[in-house]
Write a protein that binds this ligand. Structure first.
Ligand SMILES: [Zn+2]
Length: 333
């Protein structure tokens, strides 16, 4: 039992010593692999068969070092070159865009100048029309609103993009605003002229301004007179025109027939409301050619003259009233 154990130990010792030998052998082998003795063989299959290159370890090491240094350098300079090319391209595009912007701004300037001239012409025409319409001219101070007016400061840091130093986005904006104000002012002024002319036209249409008969002798006039029928003094509210019975009678202005009937004094008569306070009356007619409520124009035939009512001879009794006040008709022929 004891011997057996010993033998076992001996055997174990042998294993240990053989291992030691193995280790020392290895230690001897490793230092033998030196850089100088390292050789790389590169085989390449070419057209003329297999070709062989030899590379020493040292050369390979230098090659590796060079590769480590050169690779980032190449990447760095390469990317720099790429960036510069891209930048140059972008700058060229921006220059082109800016040139286009210059042309656009110059066109704006030209157009603004053209519009300013056109508005000037409109303004002169406006003044002229006001003269014709007998309207007072617009206060020059108010007209200035368009030209000068309140300066609205437009702050911008983009003026460096514009063609020259005397052009600024603020001045362009200001001039456009001024143009807008001028156009607005002209619009208001023209509206005023239109309304005034419309009123004038309506007034002219409403004002009796022709003879109710083409010809005839003026007999009894407007004012105090001895009545031919009663022989008493009374106020004659119109103008008598001696005409043959059956003479056509015309409306002296446009309007609406408010009376077309019989009256003891006036006989058959027609009364027309012209608007603007004007009314005319045509009396002693033989025949009435219109109806109450009918709309008529100046010169329309409304009936025939006669000798009806309190009349001693064949004539037309013609009256003009303004706001119910009798007017002398001879002022409206
Ligand atoms: Zn009369």
């Amino acid at each position: 039992m004891r011997r057996l154990f010993k033998a076992k130990i001996v055997t174990d010792m042998r294993i240990v010593s053989s291992m030691r030998k193995l280790i020392t052998r290895r230690q001897r082998i490793f230092p033998q692999i030196k850089l100088k003795s390292l050789k790389f063989l590169v085989l390449r299959e070419g057209r003329s068969g297999l070709r062989q290159f030899e590379l020493s370890g040292k050369a390979a090491l230098w090659g590796l070092i060079a590769l480590f240094i050169l690779t980032p350098a190449v990447f760095y300079f390469g990317s720099q070159l790429l960036l510069e090319t891209a930048y140059a391209h972008r700058v060229a595009k921006l220059r082109k865009d800016n040139a286009a912007l210059h042309r656009l701004v110059e066109r704006f300037e030209d157009r603004i100048a053209v519009m300013q001239r056109e508005v000037g012409v409109l303004s002169e025409m406006d003044q002229d029309l006001r003269g014709h319409a007998q309207m007072p001219d617009i206060n020059p101070g108010i007209r200035q609103v368009g030209i000068g007016g309140i300066m609205i400061e437009v702050r911008t840091d983009m003026d460096y993009l514009l063609p020259s130093s005397d052009v600024s986005l603020a001045s362009i904006t200001e001039r456009l605003d001024a143009l807008y104000r001028s156009v607005k002012l002209e619009q208001l002024s023209y509206e005023g002229i239109r309304d005034s002319l419309k009123n004038d036209l309506a007034r002219l249409r409403a004002t009796p301004s022709i003879m109710p008969v083409t010809k005839g002798k003026f007999t009894s006039g407007f004012g105090l007179r001895r009545h031919p029928y009663t022989q008493k003094y009374d106020f004659h509210r119109g103008q008598d025109i001696k005409v043959r019975t059956g003479t056509p009678v015309f409306a002296t202005a446009g309007g609406k027939v408010v009376a077309a009937r019989w009256d003891g004094n006036l006989g058959l008569y027609v009364k027309i409301d012209h608007g603007n306070g004007f009314r005319t009356l045509y009396g002693h007619l033989r025949r009435i050619g219109v109806e109450e409520g009918q709309l008529i124009r100046r010169g329309d035939r409304i009936g025939e003259s006669g000798n009806t009512g309190r009349s001693t001879n064949s004539h037309l009794h013609y009256e003009v009233r303004l706001y119910r006040q009798s007017q002398n008709p001879i002022n409206f022929f």
